[in-house]
Write a protein that binds this ligand. Structure first.
Ligand code: NAP
Length: 309
């Protein structure tokens, strides 16, 4: 059966991967994609103009009639927008209200994170924005499905400074044996596309491409490099939380989406265990080769070896 899925934020990193999955083999070949983008950018046209099954709709999140028009005839909305309160709360609430008005049946919010539902109030700004939007979604007369996936594995070799490759250390806070959930962006995108086409998807779908600890990551790196990597205590989650509060108080741009202090908050939520996933269902959409932490760091080591050769 033909499904029409609207993707908001389809010009972004995760959003573009989701569109690729909706057009690829894991989705039904009749799936139609609507890309919702804010006016004036031109990026969506540059990315999708040649795709037969993609329609581009430009609308500001403050323009309700334009949003409702873009959403009419849509079966499911995927939000992959990124930002702080003005995006996660204001833009997503406008999108949700328009979806309800247009008679859309299903909505997937831009969560794609560790489990934000039980984190201590004041401990993680980005998680608490998701929790606040989830309350709005819960009260809406349509079906919401959140995809929770832990941290993006890709960040281990980029923005998340947990592995000190040069110093052969893997940082941990409080415990080197705390289980940490990681899933690659591509694996998350596949699940999101499948959730959008799954009329029976529950309120939350949890996946974890790999479950590791600081200790197991150090062992993996020792094996891959042939030189010992050791777990390095970097403090407790309590001290990290205090540092993030100081960083936040001193920060100039309070609305940056991923400032360093928010990265610290992410580690606090993960290493305290508060954001660990407890209902992982990796089999929901059948067998899949989830990309492991080992594969991601191995690819990184190969790239850096080539660059330094
Ligand atoms: N679990 C993790 O470790 C992790 C890591 C990174 C990101 N994430 C999450 O994944 C999701 C997608 O992130 P991403 O990195 O793919 O995002 P991104 O590349 O920064 O972009 C997402 C899209 O959001 C739209 N957008 C930007 N500012 C907006 C605004 N003010 N109002 C409305 N729309 C706006 C843009 O689309 P248009 O310009 O086309 O409108 C943009 O292409 C977010 O929820 C993010 O927090 C999770």
């Amino acid at each position: 059966m033909t499904s029409t899925v609207l993707v908001a934020g389809a010009t972004g990193d995760l959003g573009s991967r989701i569109v690729r999955e909706l057009l690829g083999d894991s989705a039904h070949p009749d799936t139609l994609v609507r890309v919702l983008t804010r006016p004036g950018g031109g990026t969506a046209r540059a990315m999708y103009a040649g795709e037969d099954r993609v329609d581009i709709h430009e609308a500001a999140y403050t323009d309700e009639p334009a949003l409702v028009a873009a959403l009419s005839g849509v079966d499911a909305v995927i939000s992959a927008v990124s930002g702080t309160a003005t995006v996660i709360l204001d833009a997503q609430r406008a999108l949700l209200a328009a979806a309800v008005k247009a008679g859309v049946k299903r909505f997937i919010p831009s969560d794609y994170s560790a489990d934000y539902r039980r984190v201590t109030p004041g401990s993680n700004r980005n998680f608490e924005l998701r929790r606040e939007f989830a309350a709005t979604l819960d009260a809406a007369p349509l079906r919401g499905t959140s995809v929770l996936n832990g941290a993006f594995t890709d960040m281990l070799t980029g923005q998340a400074p947990m592995i000190l490759f040069g110093r052969r250390r893997v940082l941990f806070w409080s415990s080197p044996d705390q289980v940490l959930d990681f899933t690659t962006k591509d694996d998350v995108a596949r699940v999101v596309a499948l959730v959008a086409l799954d009329a029976d998807a529950p309120r939350v779908v949890e996946v974890s491409g790999d479950r590791v600890t600081a200790r197991s990551i150090a062992q993996t790196l020792s094996g891959l490099t042939g030189t010992p990597f050791t777990p390095q205590w970097a403090g407790t989650t309590g001290t990290l939380s205090t540092m993030s509060k100081i960083g936040r108080a001193l920060s100039k741009d309070k609305n940056a989406t991923f400032p360093a202090w928010q990265g610290m908050q992410y580690f606090v939520s993960m290493f305290s265990g508060e954001a660990q996933l407890h209902h992982v269902d990796n089999e929901r959409y059948g067998p899949h080769d989830w990309t492991s932490v080992r594969e991601v760091v191995q690819a990184h080591l190969r790239r850096t070896a080539v660059q330094s050769a």
